[in-house]
Write a protein that binds this ligand. Structure first.
Ligand code: IMP
Ligand code: MG
Length: 174
């Protein structure tokens, strides 16, 4: 039986490094919010990050989600909004949680949509950012790791729907 691990060529960020960074990222987030928050997860890529991050946050919180599809294999396409499940956001402190900021097209769509709900504050936490491409008009206040411009999988990130279950961030075998 083959495993998801057989398909990756190099571990870029090992499990223990992700764990340590998530607890320091949670401390950064904790320093910013006094009261209750609403976390909005951008599915599906953020599921693993979401579940580890929220367990490091002490706040009272509610969780909503939106699904956005933006990739066919490893080729970016125009992002499209899928299903949406959100609590009332008006006047609330809202934190978007996403897996990776690449071109920023996905988060631009998500941030614009959520701004329309008139939250009191809107901030974004993303596990990864590709700095070469991330545009200045798409703010991400909390960033786990800046990485080179390469296609990565694992810890929620997929290639054609697979490899999300890898506990580390890795480069795909060519
Ligand atoms: P953006 O719209 O270009 O910023 O891309 C954001 C979305 O594309 C992410 O939420 C991912 O789903 C996907 N994505 C971008 N880069 C990668 C990658 O290196 N590996 C896996 N998915 C990626
Ligand atoms: Mg995604």
């Amino acid at each position: 039986m083959g495993s998801a691990n057989d398909d990756v060529s190099r571990v870029l960020i090992p499990e223990n490094v992700i764990r340590d960074r998530i607890s320091s990222l949670a401390a950064e987030i904790e320093a910013v919010y006094d009261g209750d928050i609403i976390v909005v997860a951008v599915l599906t890529g953020s599921v693993v990050f979401l579940s580890d991050l929220i367990r490091c946050l002490p706040h009272r919180m509610e969780i909503g989600y939106i699904t956005v599809s933006s990739y066919k294999g490893d080729l970016p396409t125009e992002p499209r909004l899928g299903s949406v499940s959100l609590p009332e956001l008006r006047g609330r402190d809202v934190l978007i949680v996403d897996d990776i900021l690449d071109t920023g097209n996905t988060l631009r769509l998500v941030q614009g949509m959520l701004r329309g709900h008139e939250p009191r504050t809107l901030r974004t936490a993303t596990l990864l950012r590709k700095p070469s491409k991330a545009p200045p008009d798409v703010p991400a206040e909390f960033v786990g790791f800046d990485i080179e411009d390469m296609f990565v999988v694992g810890y929620g990130l997929d290639f054609e729907g697979r490899h999300r279950n890898l506990p580390h961030i890795s480069e795909l075998r060519a």
